[in-house]
Design a protein. Structure first.
Ligand SMILES: NC(=O)C1=CN([C@@H]2O[C@H](COP(=O)(O)OP(=O)(O)OC[C@H]3O[C@@H](n4cnc5c(N)ncnc54)[C@H](OP(=O)(O)O)[C@@H]3O)[C@@H](O)[C@H]2O)C=CC1
Ligand SMILES: CC(C)CCC[C@@H](C)[C@H]1CC=C2C3=C(CC[C@@]21C)[C@@]1(C)CC[C@H](O)C(C)(C)[C@@H]1CC3
Length: 498
């Protein structure tokens, strides 16, 4: 056996995988079987490196001093060592951010205006633009602020469990008040009382655009606040992806991983409360509007299905609120415009488009068609729930007795990867279940227009992109163990297809 060149605890220069950049790392150990060193970077990333990817610090520094930044502080897009490539990739990253900052709000505006048309066919696109002053309404803004404050009050109530998040780079675990289900129940009660007292929910349908504009303004203010807040954050509190140094890009992606006002976690709150619960309230308001507009005694079958399916999705998310703590957004993404806008505008005002569409575009369903759609929803829900629960239980306690018969692959980080159960079928079984459910949400709206299929199309793009992002992230984290997992489980989302 060759002698071990670098000793445990020694500071050396480690090559960042896939690049020719070297950073200062600490040697944690040597595995004689794979002949690789486990090293830890300054930002807490642990990787396995071969000897040829390591250089002694003394020899290296004399040659190049300037390359010793930790990867966490690297400019994004700087994987290539060449200056010109770095410059141009930073420029395109910034351009991309400007594009999304303009495109996303414009897209929501387009969808709402298009959905409002009597015939929302693409041949009638683009819809006429409303006047600027008709977009702003004090009352709508007031309602949105009230809604968020109400949800924030429910969130801080000392009711429900205090759950621990995944360990941060510092090893610290943040605490989260997981009382989302309670918040939904109290909100449902408050809405029931309001309707009983004569509050007219058709207001939501009639002022849908103004409410969306108000939520958009709040998301912009919130993103600005978070960007400012991140200026006081230390490097360990910053997300790995949102610190390129380019203002537009960092504003969009979010610099700080877990911005908090005392114990109030802005990312967790926004992702799980105002938008998600607002989605159910808006759907319900659409059902009420449909009844009023068409003089119905009850909402149409399609409207009931869309309402119940999406309500089940939100109920499930809030019931298993703790599981969000092991998702990519909570563990890795910064909180910036993308998530603030996504949570406060995108979710409540575009995920409700099917219900919004059905108000003026009824689609009668035969009982067998309705039964088939319900069955599809249940299959999707089963796969989604089982796979998310398997992963969450495993991440919380890998030796949980419920998982004793599961096969796993160990990784250098100490975490293992599940290779049986749903995670042995495809690499993202939770996405598969989610996509089947998305299909069941669009089917009740029929095939006359593409608008109610928008969610399905968007969701395929989102999840395919998320999957490849997660793949690179896992490859970075787990190295060869991830390759082994990919060989064992060759399909990404759909068995034998993709
Ligand atoms: N309705 C909507 O708009 C959206 C819904 N979603 C849903 O949210 C849920 C969460 O999604 P998301 O955060 O994207 O991804 P996942 O919940 O799938 O989390 C991915 C992480 O899981 C861990 N992991 C991957 N493979 C394995 C394995 N074999 N064994 C154990 N752990 C593994 C890795 O993290 P690590 O190893 O570090 O623990 C990986 O980074 C999904 O159900 C998705 O469908 C997502 C986006 C939008
Ligand atoms: C604006 C962009 C184009 C896209 C923004 C994406 C966000 C809207 C989504 C990113 C991950 C999400 C999750 C849920 C809602 C949508 C966002 C915020 C989720 C809370 C929905 C309910 C589920 O049960 C869940 C698993 C808890 C979801 C977690 C991810």
């Amino acid at each position: 056996m060759p002698p071990v060149k670098y000793q445990r605890g020694e500071m050396v220069m480690g090559r960042w995988p896939g690049s020719s950049l070297y950073y200062e790392v600490k040697v944690l150990g040597f595995d004689s079987k794979s002949e690789s060193y486990t090293v830890i970077y300054k930002d807490g990333t642990e990787l396995e490196l071969m000897e040829q990817d390591i250089k002694s610090t003394a020899g290296f520094l004399s040659r190049s001093r300037s390359r010793s930044r930790s990867p966490g502080r690297r400019r994004s897009g700087s994987r290539s060592p060449s200056r010109t490539t770095r410059g141009s990739s930073r420029k395109s990253t910034a351009l991309g951010a400007y594009f999304w900052l303009l495109f996303l709000p414009a897209w929501v505006l387009f969808m709402i205006l298009q959905g409002d048309l009597e015939d929302p066919s693409l041949v009638n696109a683009p819809p006429p633009l409303p006047s600027l002053d008709s977009l702003w309404d004090y009352q709508s803004f007031g309602f949105v602020v009230l809604w968020i404050v109400f949800q924030a009050l429910l969130y801080i109530l000392p009711v429900g469990k205090l759950s621990e998040g995944m360990p941060l780079r510092t090893g610290e675990r943040l605490k989260y008040r997981t009382n989302g289900f309670f918040a939904l129940m109290v909100t449902a009660l408050a809405v029931a009382i309001a309707v009983h007292e004569g509050v007219d929910l058709t207001y939501v349908y009639n002022n849908f655009l103004q409410l969306a504009v108000a939520a958009f303004l709040i998301s912009v203010l919130l993103s600005c606040y978070c960007y400012g807040h991140s200026r006081n954050a230390n490097s360990e509190q910053l997300a790995l992806g949102g610190n390129s140094g380019n203002v537009a890009y960092d504003f969009f992606k979010g610099r700080e991983l877990n911005p908090r006002i005392k114990n109030f976690d802005l990312k967790f709150f926004c992702e799980m409360r105002p938008g998600l619960i607002g989605w159910c309230l808006i759907n319900f308001a659409m059902a009420v509007t449909e009844m009023k507009l068409h003089n119905l005694d009850s909402p149409s079958c399609s409207m009931i299905l869309v309402n119940l399916f999406q309500l089940l999705y939100v109920l499930d998310g809030l019931w298993n609120e703790e599981a969000i703590l092991t998702t990519m957004d909570l563990m890795h993404d910064g909180f910036g415009f993308m998530l603030a806008f996504g949570d406060l505008v995108w979710v409540p005002f575009t995920y409700t488009l099917q219900a919004f569409y059905l108000v003026n575009h009824p689609n009668p369903l035969s009982p067998p068609a309705a039964a088939a759609i319900v069955l599809l929803k249940l299959i999707g829900f089963y796969i989604f729930r089982k796979s998310n629960s398997e992963k969450n239980t495993f991440r919380k306690n890998p030796s949980d007795s419920k998982l004793s018969c599961m096969r796993t692959i160990p990784t250098a980080t100490g975490k293992s990867l599940l290779t049986s159960g749903w995670w042995g079928v495809v690499r993202h079984p939770n996405y598969l279940g989610d996509l089947i459910m998305a299909l069941s949400w669009s089917l009740p709206c029929g095939f006359s227009h593409i608008l109610p299929w928008y969610y399905m199309i968007y969701f395929i793009i989102l999840l395919v992109h998320r999957e490849s992002r997660d793949m690179s992230e896992c490859k970075r984290k787990y190295g060869s163990a991830w390759d082994e997992y990919c060989q064992t489980v060759p399909y990404r989302i759909i068995p034998w297809v993709y």
